[in-house]
Every structure is written in structure tokens, then in C-alpha cells.
Design a protein around this ligand. Structure first.
Ligand SMILES: Cc1cc2nc3c(=O)[nH]c(=O)nc-3n(C[C@H](O)[C@H](O)[C@H](O)COP(=O)(O)OP(=O)(O)OC[C@H]3O[C@@H](n4cnc5c(N)ncnc54)[C@H](O)[C@@H]3O)c2cc1C
Ligand SMILES: NC(=O)c1ccc[n+]([C@@H]2O[C@H](COP(=O)([O-])OP(=O)(O)OC[C@H]3O[C@@H](n4cnc5c(N)ncnc54)[C@H](O)[C@@H]3O)[C@@H](O)[C@H]2O)c1
Length: 455
């Protein structure tokens, strides 16, 4: 059995950071990744990067002025092929990222606990037994597929990963599940030229936003031609000719929608099944995620878990931040995940970005608040881009003047939101953003206007 100082299971963003950082400290690291198609984890291969590549390509349909479905379908097919090439380039770069590092041994195989300090790795043509006093689990998550009649057998039903390889543009796409994945795919497929219907089980879309923000985003998506149907119970998905028929109930009525492809985006479940956690005594939560404390320590001393598998917010930068917390813990620091401000962006057209509390959440938490809401129309950058859609909203603590949260629904909001998050993290009063000198003509100037409107 080969002995290491640390075993890192899973080549996600956090795992990559830990393997590199620990090796730089002179520790001998065994780095285990199950698939040679997944170096780098979900984000660069089948998650953030390919989807945002397609968001960007879909935007070009308008710029290039394609009008017929055939032109759009040809451009879409080429974009998927370009995306596949991009993945190959990223994969080979990530495979070689630790090449020549004498402190890192990369195993391409599935890791399974044999005891709290021993791991068996099963690769294509080898089995290895390895041991270390410290083990970090970063095995991520996989799509959850609900038990809907006919869904698993349906030839044209896909989860996000399969959909990202589909070279034929569906004329009609049905999306089951209106979360981040469902809405982003709905948005870029619509721009590529598909007719899109999103079926959401919850009574409303954007349940984490205030009603005024949710209404503007919904109206905009509908104006773009995306059909958003909430409060739905999907009954069945059946092959029909080359496509499928999806039956559902809404408001007591049974309905049917026909389509060429079905995207199933109904959430993701943690990858724990193959780990044989019982052999190590590592406990899981009622949601199936690995139970961790605020330092990402599991219930077994010497074993940590990070990212999606540990039930953290499912973002690649949180996998990284969890890893920073583990690194800090290993070095004797006291950093925890408590009170972390987690901004995020949903890459719609335009993107919807959020940080902190909504108005309704702030009131529910007992804050005395001031708010500001401004439209995007009239901002200098809007004129430059010719894009006038959206709104911005901020919530401020009336007593302290600190920013409690913001929703930015506008072009470039995925960049702007990090400025607001910085101000919140640094505990700056809202007046700092109101009065800050900001270059021109950029979308961030809107932060001057937004915080000037606080009342
Ligand atoms: C379509 C899509 C779009 C997304 N878009 C965004 C976005 O725009 N921005 C954003 O921040 N987040 C986005 N996410 C979420 C983000 O990709 C994930 O939250 C993030 O990748 C999780 O990182 P992780 O380190 O926890 O796990 P992962 O990146 O999933 O890495 C886990 C790795 O562990 C490996 N593994 C699993 N089991 C084993 C085992 N037993 N042995 C060895 N290896 C194993 C897996 O093969 C995988 O490579 C998106 C996700 C999807 C699916
Ligand atoms: N831009 C980003 O940062 C980004 C983009 C994509 C994904 N992600 C991450 O990936 C994670 C997974 O995304 P996701 O969209 O699969 O999950 P999600 O949890 O965000 O959304 C799933 C949605 O499907 C609905 N649903 C569940 N079962 C259903 C059913 N039977 N019928 C109809 N609707 C149903 C749920 O109510 C929910 O709204 C997200 O949590 C997100 O953090 C992030």
C-alpha cells in the first residue's frame, strides 16, 4: 500500500486548488479523478464554461442577423462542435497542469474508502491501494432525474451534459425544471432559434427574488418568446415519432406539449454512492450530502468534504472557497464558512445577479430597511450597447447604512455584482458606492444612480 500525506478525491475546482497548494508546501499528494474526461471537474467540462460559451454564441445569432431556422441551426451545430473542441483543449491543459510536479501522483480511477485512512482506486486497467492520514472529498454532484412515466426511456430526453453535445438544434424544446440550469438553457436555446417551454413544479419562477424583480425577469423572458409555466405536475414523457410528447397538469387541467428534445434540469444529487462512506464511518445528512461542520470537517477526524458533495451552494467558486477553508484549517487557522456572502449570476439575457438579502427576506429578519429601484433605460452604457432591458434593486439597513442585498438584472451584471459584494464584505456604507468615482460609459456607473435612489 502506497503512503501519502494527503489524498484528494475528485478533480473539481477545490480539489485542484488543494492538490496544488498542499504539494507546494512539500506534502506528498495522491490526487484521484474518476474519469479522463473530467479533469477539472464539472465546471470546465460540462458546466459553467461550455454553457457560458453557448450563451455567448447564442448572442451572436442576433449580431450575425440570421433569420431562417436553417441558418440558425447550422450556426448552432457549428457552435456545439466548437464547444467540443474547446473541451478537448481545456482537458489536455488540465491533465498536464500538475505534470512534472514530483509531489502529486494523479490516479485516473474511482476512489472508494476501505477504512478511515485507506482508499482503493479502480482504474481502467489497474487497482491501487493508497493510504494517508488526511483525506479530502471533492466528488461533486450529478443530475437528479425524477421518476416521471416514460422519461428514462425517452430517446430525446437529456440532462444538461447530453444536451450540450446535441448537434441538431431542436425546433421545439421542453425544459422540465425552472432553476438555474433550466432557465439558462431556455434562454440560450431561444436565442439560437428554438421554441422553448419551461415547466416548473413550484408555484412561481425566481422564488428567491422579490416579486417586482421576478415579474420583470419573467416578463422579459416571455417577451423573448419563452413560455414559462409554473405550478406544473409533469405526468409523462413519451417518444412520439422523431420527438416526444410531454403531458402535465396545471391548474387542474391536463395538457400536452410536443417537442423535439426534453431537457431535464430538476436539481443535482451528491456523488457519494461509489465512495463507500460507511467503511470510513463518514455520515451523511437527510439530503444525502456529506455532513460537515463550518470548517468542512466530516464526522470522522482527518476527513474533510467540500463543494457540491458537502451540500455547499452549487457554484464552482464555492468549491474553491471551501478548499480555502480546509487549507486554512490544515494550517491551524480559524476560518469558517459561517456568514459567507455568496453572490451569483444566472446567465440569462440580460444576466440576473444577486447578492445578500431580498427586501422580503430583510423584513422577515426584522431589519428596518430602505430600498432603491431603478430601471436600466437611460443609463449611458445602455445607449452604447443598444440594450435597455432590466432593473436594479438594492436593500439597505436603515440604521447602519450597510448594504443588505442587491438584485441586478442588466447587461454586465455578472461583473457588477462583485463590486456590491465587495462593499458588503468590507462593511462599507451604501454611500461609498453612491459617491464612488466610476469610469464612463460602463454599466457599473448605474451603482452611483442606484444608491443615490435609496429612500
Ligand atoms: C450545466 C451547469 C452549468 C453550471 N454553471 C455554473 C456557473 O455558471 N457558475 C458556477 O459557479 N457554477 C455553475 N455550475 C455549478 C458548478 O459546476 C458546480 O457547483 C461545481 O463544478 C462543483 O464543484 P465540485 O468541486 O464540488 O465538484 P465537481 O466539479 O463536480 O468535481 C467533482 C469531480 O469528482 C469526480 N468524482 C466523483 N466521484 C468520484 C470518485 N468516487 N472517485 C474519484 N473521482 C470522483 C468527478 O468525476 C468530478 O470530476 C453549473 C453546473 C452545471 C451542471
Ligand atoms: N449561473 C450559475 O451559477 C449556475 C448555472 C447553472 C447551474 N448552477 C448550479 O447548478 C445547480 C443545479 O441546477 P438545477 O437547475 O438542476 O437545479 P435547481 O435546484 O437550481 O433547480 C431545479 C428546479 O427544478 C424544479 N423541479 C424539480 N423537480 C421537478 C419536476 N418533477 N417537475 C418540474 N420542476 C421540477 C425545482 O423546483 C427547481 O426549481 C444549481 O443549484 C446551481 O447552483 C449554477
Amino acid at each position: 500500500m502506497e503512503r501519502f500525506d494527503v489524498i484528494v478525491i475528485g478533480f473539481g475546482n477545490g480539489g485542484k486548488f488543494l492538490a496544488g497548494s498542499l504539494a507546494a508546501q512539500g506534502q506528498r499528494v495522491a490526487f484521484v479523478e474518476k474519469s479522463d474526461m473530467m479533469y477539472g471537474g464539472t465546471c470546465p467540462n460540462v458546466g459553467c464554461v461550455p454553457t457560458k460559451f453557448l450563451v455567448n454564441r447564442a448572442e451572436m445569432v442576433r449580431i450575425k442577423g440570421f433569420t431562417s431556422f436553417e441558418e440558425k441551426a447550422a450556426f448552432y451545430g457549428q457552435s456545439i462542435r466548437d464547444k467540443k473542441e474547446l473541451r478537448k483543449r481545456i482537458l489536455s491543459k488540465l491533465f498536464n497542469i500538475f505534470g512534472g510536479n514530483p509531489n502529486i501522483t494523479l490516479y485516473t480511477g474511482t476512489a472508494k474508502f476501505v477504512s478511515p485512512k485507506e482508499i482503493e482506486v479502480s482504474g481502467k486497467d489497474f487497482t491501487a491501494a493508497i493510504t494517508a492520514d488526511k483525506i479530502i472529498i471533492d466528488t461533486g454532484s450529478a443530475p437528479f432525474v425524477p421518476s416521471i412515466e416514460g422519461l428514462k426511456e425517452c430517446r430525446c430526453a437529456y440532462v444538461s451534459e447530453g444536451m450540450l453535445d446535441l448537434e441538431r438544434l431542436p425546433k421545439r424544446l421542453v425544459v422540465i425544471g425552472g432553476g438555474n440550469i433550466g432557465l439558462e438553457f431556455a434562454s440560450f436555446y431561444r436565442q439560437f432559434g428554438s421554441e422553448v417551454t419551461v415547466l416548473q413544479d413550484l408555484p412561481a419562477f425566481f422564488p428567491n427574488e422579490d416579486d417586482d424583480v421576478a415579474a420583470v425577469v419573467k416578463e422579459t423572458m416571455e417577451a423573448q418568446g419563452i413560455e414559462l409555466i409554473a405550478g406544473v405536475n409533469v405526468l409523462s414523457v413519451k417518444d412520439e415519432g422523431e420527438g416526444a410528447a410531454v403531458k402535465y397538469i396545471v391548474g387542474g387541467d391536463e395538457k400536452e406539449v410536443k417537442c423535439d428534445a426534453v431537457l431535464v434540469s430538476t436539481g443535482r444529487v451528491p456523488n457519494t454512492r461509489e465512495l463507500n462512506l460507511g467503511a470510513a464511518g463518514v455520515e451523511t445528512t437527510s439530503r444525502g450530502t456529506i455532513a460537515v461542520d463550518e470548517r468542512m470537517r466530516t464526522t470522522v477526524s482527518g476527513i474533510w468534504a467540500i463543494g457540491d458533495v458537502a451540500g455547499s451552494p452549487q457554484f464552482t467558486y464555492i468549491s474553491l472557497d471551501d478548499a480555502r477553508i480546509v487549507m486554512n484549517d490544515l494550517n491551524g487557522g480559524g476560518r469558517t464558512s459561517a456568514g459567507r456572502n455568496v453572490p451569483y449570476s444566472v446567465f440569462l439575457t440580460p444576466p440576473l445577479s444577486r447578492v445578500g438579502l431580498t427586501e422580503k427576506a430583510a423584513l422577515a429578519e426584522g431589519y428596518k430597511i430602505k430600498t432603491a429601484v431603478i430601471p436600466v433605460t437611460g443609463l449611458p452604457r445602455s445607449h452604447v450597447l443598444g440594450k435597455y432591458t432590466g432593473m436594479l434593486k438594492a436593500v439597505v439597513d436603515a440604521d447602519s447604512g450597510l448594504i443588505l442585498g442587491a438584485a441586478l438584472y442588466c447587461e454586465e451584471s455578472h461583473e457588477m455584482i462583485n463590486i456590491v459584494a465587495l462593499a458588503m464584505n468590507a462593511k462599507l456604507p451604501y454611500t461609498v458606492l453612491r459617491d464612488m468615482i466610476i469610469t464612463h460609459p460602463v454599466m457599473s456607473e448605474a451603482l452611483n444612480d442606484l444608491f443615490a435612489a435609496v429612500k
